[in-house]
Write a protein that binds this ligand. Sequence first.
Ligand SMILES: NC(=O)c1ccc[n+]([C@@H]2O[C@H](COP(=O)([O-])OP(=O)(O)OC[C@H]3O[C@@H](n4cnc5c(N)ncnc54)[C@H](O)[C@@H]3O)[C@@H](O)[C@H]2O)c1
Length: 380
Amino acid sequence: MTKKLNVGIIGYGFMGRTHANAYCQAPHFFDLPYEPVLKVVCGREEKVVKAFAAQWGFASYTTDWHKVIEDDNIDVVDICVPNNVHAEIAIAAAKAGKAICCEKPLALNAEQGRQMVDAVEKAGVANLVSFNYRRVPAVTLAKQLIDQGRLGHIFHYRANFLQDWTISPKVPQGGRGTWRLDVKAAGSGVTGDLLAHCIDTAMWHNGPISTLCAMTETFIKERMHAETGKVEPVGIDDACTFFCRFDNGSLGNFESTRYARGHKALYTFEINGEHASIAWDLHDLHRLSYFDHRDESIVRGWRSIHVTDGDMPYMGKWWVPGLQIGYAETFVHQVAEFLDSMAKGEPASPSFREALATQCVCDAVLDSAKTKKWVKVPKA
Ligand SMILES: NC(=O)c1ccc[n+]([C@@H]2O[C@H](COP(=O)([O-])OP(=O)(O)OC[C@H]3O[C@@H](n4cnc5c(N)ncnc54)[C@H](O)[C@@H]3O)[C@@H](O)[C@H]2O)c1
């Protein structure tokens, strides 16, 4: 009999759904060391959290996250709330000895992130941050190709994350769904929300970032606050661009905005090495573009690898070659690997400490944009 692992999810919004779905799906597709049990879900509105619990099959619900932490039956606390609540819940969960899965970005800033790292490392609890794009099969394949040395020395890493949903000045800041525009809830704008994903993937692929120079802009300076009803200054960055150097000597170029008309979630990266290049696009997430200069010249060109064969990352667990998976499955992979690492007593990745490294880059980006200077990225 597989041991049961009782999960408490805090937050029933977008991520609450992806995580609940992942705990439901993972046992059907992966041989898990534990049987995840959706024990309790927490959210602030009783009517909504009750309906959510019924829809996803949670045994119970609560409107107070402290109850999840105080419950001795809960093994894993899964944090799917806005960024300003991550630290408080994670630190309390660590003190209570729970394993923790926390949504990204780790915290509002690196200082808060460090307190979270201290808490989980002192308590010795399993910890993971949900940078789920690492677990797109094509993105994992890119990591394998780099680690195999196929690209040779890497010269360039460039990544973009483009959206267009805040162009209207009528979009409020704060409140349900629009807390991302309120600096008190989000910590930053596109830097922590979108670029954090690009930075995590980039450092996973290409190692640490050492120095950077950034530029940010807040195009709409005032917005109505959904909670106070008052027009208030906007404290987040609407757009951000930065250049950087990686420890390995390669150059990085990153851009993110919510003002790129026509783009909903266009996360792309391209990596150029001495022998080969790789490119990926979230809108076509099951394909990896690959160019290898060592090919015979008459057939040399960009290949579009359909990442669906059974010997490609994760795909042996899914359907048959040629049939693809999508966004939701990245969270299924995350659950499977988190549980596996817990059973083996090994650190999960990205851990809180790895996510702190990303947070340090985000802080350095905001610092550089403010001071208009190159900034050395502090070590996590
Ligand atoms: N990994 C990804 O791809 C990805 C995508 C989206 C969001 N996120 C991250 O996930 C987190 C949540 O984002 P979301 O899009 O799900 O937000 P959301 O607005 O859809 O949901 C937030 C949830 O948090 C709950 N909540 C807020 N404050 C609370 C409190 N004090 N106590 C209990 N519940 C509280 C709300 O009731 C709601 O259920 C954020 O940190 C965000 O950055 C990650």
